[in-house]
Write a protein that binds this ligand. Structure first.
Ligand SMILES: [Fe+2]
Length: 421
């Protein structure tokens, strides 16, 4: 048995349970999802996650026969254009998809239970689990987009009505900091090959920007101040006529509220500003006389000169971050200070994908992995975000992980922190 097999089986089971729960707790009518650019029908996500194991692991290393004949063109994201995943008969019904999904996952488990799981097999399996967890996150933001109930397993987070005290910046010393991952072992292609990066000294905020801080920016008239937004930011502002973050509104008495899944709640001042795009993050930084960190600066602040994989150490630990769809971005930005990075930065893992100022580009020596579309389609026009969000899975994330979003995107769980100029 491969040394990693028990961890793979554990992560596969946890992932399986969460995906089933996300599909099973929806009413039949809620499975008929209206078309939106940033989401997929939940049933398609489930079949597609199973198909990924089938295509890259089961057929590749074993029997090449399709397990659901005639449906490759449905489940394969590159053969089934996004807009074709909607409508009557676009995907099989829930039960047929669940049956297919269960059969595939059982086959994966059978392979992992064998005593001679090879390195390649373990790698492909880890990849499939990672891929499925990326889709778990998009299933959670799909619920936020549609105003569906919070995912099963969400817990009411302690809310504080005190505006988060601004704990200021930490100083990151000049030095050579490890960035990315070594070529050997498991990580995604865009994290490799790792390297040492010379970083100049800089100051970065301990916490994410809170709702209270962002509200000041909104109420200062920033959305009507084009000079803060830059050329492309101004174009976005003009096209959308945005006046505040996506899920904010004013209540009947003029108080600010935000939509948290199917609930409109009073804007929690000490929680992080979420669902803001790159243009909003950049304009805020401009207004505050600050700037966004580069992705290397962010990684140096999270990992330190020792290059730890997580702010608190080298292994994932429960209770150290808002992730796995539990507190869902409602913790105060000052919470979890006891497991801050050695630099003093809080909540660098989980809570919000943090915008950086860096375009998403390959590292020198980049080699495309077995799944050629993991990164290559996003190089160039996307912006790097770091750290994972409240909807990201703990078995997926690490400080070297790079996620890329288009700069105008604000349906995902994105937030930011800033640096002194
Ligand atoms: Fe996918």
């Amino acid at each position: 048995m491969s040394l990693e097999t028990p961890a793979l089986l554990r992560d596969l089971d946890a992932t399986d349970q969460r995906m089933r729960a996300l599909v099973l707790d929806l009413e039949e009518r809620d499975l008929e999802v209206p078309y939106e650019e940033g989401i997929n029908p939940p049933i398609w996500e489930m079949g597609h996650a199973a198909f990924f194991y089938e295509g890259f692991l089961l057929r590749e290393l074993g029997d090449p026969t399709p397990r659901m004949p005639g449906f490759d063109d449905v489940w394969d994201s590159f053969r089934n254009a996004h807009e074709r995943r909607w409508g009557d008969d676009a995907v099989p019904d829930r039960q047929a998809t669940l049956d297919y999904y269960a059969r595939i996952l059982d086959e994966v488990r059978e392979r992992l239970a064998k005593p001679d799981v090879g390195e390649r097999e373990a790698y492909l399996c880890r990849y499939g689990i990672g891929h499925q967890n990326m889709h778990l996150e998009s299933m959670i933001w799909c619920r936020q987009t549609l105003g569906y109930p919070a995912p099963p397993g969400a817990v009411a987070a302690p809310q504080s009505n005190d505006p988060a005290t601004v704990p200021g910046d930490v100083e990151i010393a000049a030095g050579r900091y490890p960035i990315g991952m070594p070529p050997e072992g498991f990580s995604f292609d865009n994290e490799k090959p790792g390297f040492l990066c010379d970083i100049q000294p800089f100051r970065i905020s301990r916490t994410l920007v809170s709702n209270a801080e962002y509200l000041e920016f909104v109420e200062s008239g920033a959305y009507a101040s084009p000079q803060l937004w830059g050329l492309r930011g101004r174009r976005w502002l003009r096209e959308t006529e945005a006046q505040h973050p996506l899920y904010w509104r004013r209540g009947e008495n003029g108080e600010w509220q935000c939509r948290h899944f199917d609930q409109w709640i009073e804007l929690p001042p000490s929680a992080p500003a979420l669902h803001v795009n790159y243009w909003e993050a950049r304009a805020y930084a401009e207004w505050a006389g600050r700037r966004l960190p580069t992705e290397y600066e962010w990684e140096a602040a999270a990992r330190g000169p020792q290059g730890r994989l997580f702010p608190w150490g080298d292994t994932m630990a429960s209770g150290c971050a808002d992730m796995d769809g539990t507190a869902l971005g409602l913790l105060p930005v000052t919470a979890l200070a006891n497991v801050a990075a050695a630099s003093g930065c809080i909540q660098m893992i989980g809570t919000a994908w943090e915008w950086t100022s860096s375009p998403f580009l390959p590292y020198d020596g980049f080699c495309v992995d077995m799944y050629p579309f993991m990164s290559t389609l996003q190089f160039g026009d996307h912006v790097t975000t770091k750290g994972g969000s409240c909807a990201t899975s703990s078995c997926l994330i690490r400080s070297s992980y790079r996620q890329a979003y288009l700069p105008g995107r604000r349906d995902a769980f994105t937030g930011f922190r800033t640096c002194a100029r």
